[in-house]
Ligand binder design. Sequence first.
Ligand code: AMP
Length: 229
Amino acid sequence: MIEDNIFVLLGAPGAGKGTQAEKLAREFHLNLLGTGDLLREKAREETQVGSQVGQIIERGELVPDQLVADVVRERMGSSGGAGGFLLDGFPRNLAQADLLEQMAGNTPIGVINFRVDEEVLVKRLSGRRFCMECGKICNVYFSPPGKEDVCDACGAKLIHRPDDRPEVVRKRLQVYREETEPLVAFYSNKEGFFGVNGNLDPQAVFEEISGKLLRLKEHTGNPPLSVDR
Ligand code: AMP
């Protein structure tokens, strides 16, 4: 059953993983686990660890592996053990991929790799705005709000995530290339790896991924995972 697998969304910041994650989790009944969101939550805690995590995120660097792994384990444990998981933003380096394999045990891991051109990534990140109230995301280049800095959905103020500022975006992309991109080679020869063209609009990307996941559901049981790349 596809619902019992772990799926990893792999790709650079701005590749569209977060947008797809929410829709895919709903469609395929998977528990969504986004480490960026969980770590931003941790950063809001008024503790020493919280403030350290906040500073690391603002610099565009990676939070230490063990801390991330603890957050992931805690969230997986609190799901009550039901259903599979969709991981957005984890693993982000080879050490975390090893940690994930240990956590997964015999559960098959599928990997969806988002291929996106660098200039698209930069525009998506630097143009991205978040609503502080309802969480809606828009982009000043691709989906501008009707009124500048105001959420179309609820009228609250839109914010520019501090780590979406141009100098931090450059750092995050450098960290991606050095730390995360090697995971493509690590996973690409394994069962259950496939790539998507993340340059396309969100609906087209969703349809491409869904189609591949549905074929996986029709043709394979549990395990192995196998799909056209
Ligand atoms: P994201 O929302 O996925 O772009 O993540 C925002 C920030 O959270 C990243 O730039 C990192 O500082 C931190 N972060 C998210 N996931 C991880 C991870 N798996 N390992 C280390 N740091 C992470």
